[in-house]
Design a protein around this ligand. Structure first.
Ligand code: NAP
Ligand code: MG
Length: 402
């Protein structure tokens, strides 16, 4: 059998720990036997990030902008413990943060739904896609510890030197302070990405913030969404039979819990970080959540929503068997290959991406799954598999489908 051809390379961003182990297995067992895989490889493993002073992360993001489609493995965001563990030159920023800042995109996360893994929330019938704003707020905040009494002010110095001041607090004791910012162009592209994605996937769009308390900061988000909707999307949404709905974040959380799903929930950066883990877990497993970063001019970076699964990696290093779920990472590859296929008009490659997902879901629905799913699955006949055997079980079904 001849392998499926590619024309433009995918930008491949390798990563860390257990997901790096899965990454190689996925390539060896599910991709290379079927596809004449063309990638431009960037090693975002922490060791190589340190060797390049994190330049490799910046280069990989630029390559994603150049080629239009990237697939990324989970990576370690260093903290103090990691600096010691890897003997790092410095505590590098989150690679995802760096990539998001360069691509100026919005992250869309959706659960992969399979028979036998029922959502914890009884009313949820359809996936809930979370759109997370990928720039600013607490992720780009400047912080200060205030040692004792004194005034803290916000000062804006215009280019002509004029100053505008706002008192943050007149401290009578020691305290803490944080300055956050965001940018009108970034909020605008966030809003547009959300409206476009809603139209593309024909789902309602919800957006929520805390505009009643944050009358300038959060209110600006609300206003921008409404202005862009009224000016550019209102009619298109009516035609598509979908709606845009704004509410307060606490009201949104309550409504989400009572909903059926089947919509996109747009969140500010922090809300999206927190809510996507809640939604993923409530849908059955953090390992079943896909993630795609979409830039406003239509460049895509696909990944799993979970981290590097450190605890399993240490078991693996100790020679113990692991049962780590590779589904979200497989779907990152299938998503990236499908998008590449669509951009390059490669029917066979698009078909392969569909079959890869089909084989993965079929494997689980036939009762062959990793331990995290076996624990929650309602199927009668369950066969828990280790990390490698699960991927091999998918490979068998994939070969049969092709
Ligand atoms: P994690 O890797 O998401 O794992 C947390 C726990 O969730 C695991 O210990 C495991 O639970 C379960 N889990 C997650 N993914 C799983 C999978 N595929 N299969 C089975 N179980 C899975 O989060 P973490 O351990 O807090 O973080 C580890 C590293 O990942 C950190 O260095 C962090 O910086 C990084 N991280 C990277 C990204 C990214 O690159 N996008 C995102 C988040 C975190 P059990 O242990 O109970 O089995
Ligand atoms: Mg998070």
């Amino acid at each position: 059998m001849s392998k499926i051809a590619m024309t433009t390379p995918l930008v491949e961003m390798d990563g860390d720990e257990m997901t790096r182990i899965l990454w190689k297995m996925i390539k060896d067992d599910l991709l290379i036997p079927f596809v004449d895989l063309k990638t431009e490889y960037y090693d975002l493993g922490l060791k190589h990030r340190d060797e390049t002073n994190d330049q490799v992360t910046v280069d990989s993001a630029k390559a994603a902008l150049k080629y239009g489609v990237a697939v990324k493995c989970a990576t370690i965001t260093p903290n103090a413990a990691r600096v010691k563990e890897y003997n790092l030159k410095e505590m590098y920023k989150s690679p995802n943060g760096t990539i998001r800042a360069i691509m100026d995109g919005t992250v869309f996360r959706a659960p992969i739904i399979v028979k036998g893994v029922e959502p914890y929330v009884k009313t949820w019938k359809k996936p809930i896609t979370i759109a997370r704003h990928a720039y600013g707020d607490v992720y780009k905040a400047t912080e200060m510890k205030i040692p004792g009494p004194g005034k803290v002010e916000l000062v804006y110095t215009a280019e002509d030197g004029t100053e505008t001041r706002e008192l943050v607090h007149d401290f009578k004791s020691a305290g803490i302070v944080q300055g956050q910012h965001n940018l009108i162009p970034s909020i605008t592209s966030f809003a547009k990405s959300c409206f476009n994605y809603a139209l593309e996937t024909k789902q309602d769009l919800w957006f929520a913030s805390k505009d009643t308390i944050s009358k300038k900061y959060d209110h600006t988000f609300k206003d921008i969404f409404q202005e862009i909707f009224d000016a550019e999307y209102k009619e298109k949404f009516e035609k598509a039979g979908i709606t845009y709905f704004y509410t307060l974040i606490d009201d949104a959380v309550a409504r989400v819990m009572k909903s059926e799903g089947g919509y996109i929930w747009a969140c500010k950066n922090y809300d999206g970080d927190v809510m996507s883990d809640m939604v993923a877990t409530a849908f059955g497993s953090l390992a079943m959540m896909t993630s795609v970063l979409v830039s406003p001019d239509g460049k895509f970076e696909y990944e799993a929503a979970h981290g590097t699964v450190q605890r399993h990696y240490y078991k693996h290093l100790a020679g113990e068997e692991t049962s780590t779920n590779s589904v979200a990472t497989i779907f990152a590859w299938s998503g990236a290959l499908r998008k590449r296929a669509q951009l390059d008009s490669l029917k066979d490659l698009e078909n392969f991406a569909d079959k890869l997902e089909e084989a993965t879901i079929k494997t689980i629905e036939e009762g062959y799954m990793t331990k995290d799913l076996a624990l929650v699955s309602t199927l009668k006949d369950i066969h828990p598999l280790n990390s490698g055997d699960f991927i091999k079980a998918i490979a068998e079904r994939l070969a049969a489908l092709i």
